[in-house]
Design a protein around this ligand. Structure first.
Ligand code: UDP
Length: 456
């Protein structure tokens, strides 16, 4: 029968290896993309480092897991002690152990590698394997680093303002933090710019965004690299277009999710402030205290993710569970953002959190910490217009009163309502991008996936 025939065809489709940088903000979107490929019949093997694999609590059963070495098999970055030591060794040992793995596995058609690892592309090319580069950061940030790669922009910055094609004028506070740490240690700056060193050799260049969100830069990048595709938003489909039943979560995590949905279920619509600064950011005690006292004094309910490693910075005797607020060490963020009780999101503006909140219609208050977050915050505020940025004081702290004022503005003011409406419009466009593939010429998700299933 035709159905049977289709099934048979699916079974002999490609085997893709997926290699994210070992951090939640890279694994999540790449796993979500992998799930889309799986639905096309592609077999997926996730590759992570030996040190990181020890922390993985949950991997979907259909996805195979293999490991390579970053050179620090016991403790990864912590064992290395610095990004410099970690990345230098990872470049070398990673390439060697990836080569061994690719030679060991019998049938591999394609490697989807995190653009953070340009060496993975060299390995794939040497072995004659199709390679797709997956850019995990936002297009504006990619555009900035690409211009550095071209030699058109430098660190440290000499001008107060940066003007680049397709971007609003950026002040220092809007630029990625690595421009400012460059003089002291260029490691991370060189690392992120390195994404573009050999990218023109990739068979595909993928970015977790969608056409309506980043039109101009997508058009620009497609002119430069005809194999560029916007394949996002890579977030669970049950929260957007409901295509794949049960798909509500990222499923690959190093943290244990708390059960906070029941608590949210009892709260009125739009009444809860959700606060999370992602999987890596660390705050000093003073900032934690300002956030804690603001949430306690403010009139709204709150749900706050404080990772286990940060818990000791909470003010002494601060209540973790009350009618008013709940502190958890981790949650399923997409599910939380999709919950009707959430009224706003106080976020560090990691790209995944930014995209998730946009796609799930939640307005924001940005407290960017480092890396690309200040650029994401700028776009969130001035281009996509779904939130505000909390002003820092001279010590780079957002004070309790200031944050309280921001929360009231987003949750209660007329301006806040506009942000909510804008967020809801982005949600509609995100759903459209996923379900009909957005604009065809931008490389729609669906037509692209269809062809991707045939590689090899
Ligand atoms: N996340 C989560 N639960 C939490 C906090 C974060 O599931 O309690 C997820 C979040 O949905 C996002 C990722 O972890 O997908 C964090 O990535 P992001 O780029 O926002 O920030 P990073 O952790 O890289 O700084």
């Amino acid at each position: 029968s035709p159905t049977h025939h289709t099934k048979m065809e699916k079974q002999i489709k490609a085997h893709c290896l997926v290699l994210p940088y070992p951090a939640q903000g890279h694994i999540n979107p790449m796993i979500q993309f992998s799930k889309l490929l799986e639905h096309q019949g592609v077999k997926i093997t996730l590759i992570t480092t030996r040190s990181y694999s020890k922390n993985l609590l949950k991997v979907p059963p259909s996805i195979a897991l293999e490991t390579i070495s970053d050179g620090y098999d016991q403790g990864g970055l912590t064992e290395a002690g610095s990004y410099k030591a970690y990345l230098e060794r990872f470049n070398q040992v990673g390439a060697e152990t990836l080569t061994e793995l690719l030679e060991k596995l019998e049938h591999v058609d394609c490697l989807i590698y995190d653009a953070f690892f340009p060496w993975a592309l060299d390995v794939a090319k040497r072995l004659g394997i199709v390679a797709a580069s997956y850019l995990t950061q936002n297009m504006a940030v990619n555009n900035i680093y690409y211009h550095v790669h071209l030699g058109k922009l430098r660190a440290p910055l000499t001008d107060h303002e940066t003007s680049l094609p397709m971007l609003p004028t950026l002040q220092h506070e809007d630029m990625p933090s690595f421009f400012f740490t460059y003089a002291e240690d260029p490691t991370l700056f060189d690392f992120v710019v390195g994404q573009f060193s050999n990218i023109h050799k990739a068979d595909w260049i993928l970015c977790n965004t969608f056409y309506d969100l980043d039109k101009e830069i997508i058009n620009l990048f497609m002119e430069i690299w005809p194999k560029f595709r916007s394949i996002g938003p890579n977030i669970p489909s049950m929260l957007l277009d409901k295509r794949f039943e049960g798909d509500q979560d990222y499923e690959v995590t190093q943290f244990k999710s708390d059960k906070c949905m029941e608590w949210l279920d009892c709260k009125p619509k739009g009444s809860v402030v959700y606060v999370s600064f992602g999987s890596l950011a660390t705050f000093d005690e003073k900032q934690m205290e300002e956030v804690a006292f603001c949430l306690r004094e403010n009139s709204s309910y709150f749900l706050w993710v404080v990772r286990a490693s940060e818990e000791n910075k909470l003010p002494k005797n601060f209540e973790k569970i009350s009618e008013k607020g709940l502190i958890v060490t981790w949650c399923s963020q997409p599910k939380v953002l999709a919950h009707k009780a959430i009224g706003c999101f106080v976020t560090h503006c990691g790209w995944n959190s930014t995209l998730e909140t946009l796609c799930l219609g939640v307005p924001t208050i940005a407290i960017p910490c480092w890396s690309d977050q200040s650029t994401n915050a700028k776009l969130m505020k001035d281009v996509w217009k779904i939130g505000i940025k909390a002003p820092f004081d001279d010590n780079k702290i957002v004070q309790q009163k200031v944050l309280k004022h921001c929360i009231e503005e987003v949750m209660e003011s007329e301006r806040g309502k506009k942000m909510k409406n804008n967020a809801l419009q982005w949600k509609t466009l995100a759903g459209k991008a996923i379900s009909d593939g957005g604009r065809k010429e931008a490389g729609s998700v669906n037509t692209y996936l269809d062809r991707f299933g045939q590689v090899g």
